[in-house]
Design a protein around this ligand. Structure first.
Ligand SMILES: [Cu+2]
Length: 507
């Protein structure tokens, strides 16, 4: 077989497979069902809707189908490249035997450049129009957010203009000045004037942008210092995988906390005397149990062996395997060292707690009594138009508290308290009018922190101070037991507070 036939055969084969794959894509996927409205819907990117899990509506075959489509597209692209490569190959072969150039590569390239520019820039415009709507911009719910949004808009506008000018020039020059026969390229290595222009202009623009950013940053970070004592403080506590908020009780003071005090009943580790005493007893009991377990290791081993034989008799291989693992652990000392490590850990915790309790000065400053009426909640309620500082603490690993609608984000680091001060300016009710009835504010975790990270959020409600107070009143303090106020009383209370006309009527 000569080379020419070989090329033709290769090309025919590639075209046939290409046709088959096009037909199969067409048959396996009905493009008419793609609804662009789903993507372009004018909805905020982060609202209640998006994070509500919706069970797939189509049958399970759906994902199999989409993976089939992905493969088909993949094969299609490879074949397309093959076809093009083959075509070029053949043309090269033809020009070799005829001695004439069949395809002017420069001519093709220059048109490809032009097409690429038009399609690429059109795609950017489309992207701005379609997905640009989904960006949270110019609808901030916090005071500093407006400034943040305007900085974002200005930066985006400037970079967009520069992008379009430079991309146009890049491809237009490639198109207009493509190589022509008999033409020699100009060697042009340097132009001081141009260098000065494109160094100074961006420097000025960037300096203005950075200074503006610094101003805004300062106003956010130092807000608390500027209004000392006048800002309400709420603690936001992060753990895998959730958030808890803590409000000061009637005394208006958030009680002290210490990670050493964390226990099953005292999740946030409040410095509450009776609870800490209970924890000490609990720790000591657990140490005793560990010590007994060490003493009884031989007995444990014997009973494990009996259990093993029993499982053997029943041919229960799963149980046998589990028991064998336990026997191995006892035999090779793993169990012993685990128990010893556990005792050591608990002893250390007891020592540290007792060191606080035995030092009168530290004791007095730790156990102040202001923690007793603190309120731990599953929601964050903020008062509209007043500054609030969120104090962040993490129990386990690094999380990140993210309030997209308030343009606020702060890392939440174990052992390192962080905070963010801001002023909410749009109530939940107002936001619902803007984003739809379903909308709720949320504080999300924005640091991938484990398997349930996606679900780590806490609802945020912005309302009037009166409503916040009424809500707080309906919550139970952590430790101080107050008589529960009947819900109906609360309702009347808040009605009285918000509607003076009714108040008169009731009187
Ligand atoms: Cu997290």
């Amino acid at each position: 077989m000569n080379t020419k036939t070989k090329y033709l055969l290769k090309l025919t084969l590639a075209v046939v497979v290409l046709l088959i794959s096009v037909i199969s894509i067409n048959q396996s996927f009905d493009f008419s069902t793609v609804n662009l409205d789903q993507i372009t819907a004018e909805k905020p990117l982060f609202g209640a809707d998006e994070f509500k899990y919706e069970a797939p509506t189509a049958d399970a075959g759906d994902s199999a189908l989409s993976s089939k489509i992905n493969w088909a597209i993949f094969i299609f692209v490879i074949l397309l490249v093959l076809v093009i490569a083959n075509t070029l190959d053949i043309s090269k072969y033809i020009s070799k035997i005829t001695g004439k150039e069949t395809i002017n590569q420069n001519e093709i390239n220059k048109w490809i450049m032009l097409i690429f520019m038009i399609v690429g820039l059109a795609a950017v415009v489309w992207e701005y129009q379609v997905h640009g709507k989904l960006i949270l911009l110019n609808n901030s719910s916090s005071e500093h957010g407006a400034s943040y949004d305007s900085m974002f808009t200005i930066t985006l506008a400037l970079t967009t203009i520069v992008f379009f000018i430079t991309q146009f020039l890049l491809f237009w020059f490639a198109f207009t000045y493509a190589k022509k026969d008999g033409q020699k390229a100009l060697y042009y290595s340097h132009n001081n004037k141009l260098e000065v222009i494109w160094t100074i202009i961006p420097s000025i623009v960037l300096t203005v942008l950075v200074l503006r950013g610094h101003q805004t940053w300062k106003s956010v970070v130092y807000a608390e210092d500027n209004y000392k004592g006048k800002i309400k403080k709420i603690e936001v506590f992060a753990y895998q995988f959730g958030w808890k908020a803590r409000y000061a009780g009637e005394d208006g003071v958030l009680g002290n906390v210490d990670y050493k005090f964390i226990s099953g009943k005292n999740e946030l580790g409040l410095a509450y005397g009776p609870e800490v005493d209970d924890l000490l007893v609990e720790l000591k009991d657990k140490i005793k149990l560990d010590q007994e377990a060490i003493k009884n290791l031989k007995v444990t081993l014997a009973s494990l062996n009996i259990d093993y034989s029993a499982a053997d008799g029943l041919k229960d291989y799963t149980t046998m395997e589990a028991i064998q693992k336990q026997i191995d652990d006892v035999m090779d000392g793993t169990t012993l060292s685990e128990l010893e490590a556990s005792i050591k850990r608990k002893t250390k915790q007891i020592d540290r707690i007792e060191a606080i309790k035995n030092n009168p000065k530290i004791f007095a400053s730790t156990f102040t009594g202001s923690e007793e009426d603190d309120i731990i909640t599953q929601e964050i309620h903020l008062s509209k138009d007043s500054l609030v500082t969120l104090n962040f603490r993490s129990r386990d690993i690094i999380h990140s508290a993210w309030l997209p609608h308030f343009r606020a984000q702060m890392n939440v680091v174990p052992g390192m308290p962080t905070k963010f001060t801001f002023k909410p300016t749009k109530s939940t009710t107002e936001a619902k009018k803007e984003f739809g009835e379903e909308f709720e504010y949320y504080l999300y975790c924005n640091k991938i922190c484990g398997t349930s990270h996606y679900n780590m959020k806490i609802k945020v409600v912005v309302e009037s101070q009166v409503e916040v107070d009424a809500w707080l009143k309906s919550q139970q303090p952590v430790f101080k037991k107050v008589e529960a106020v009947p819900a109906i009383m609360n309702a009347i209370d808040s009605t009285l507070a918000t509607e003076p006309v009714n108040k008169l009527a009731l009187k």
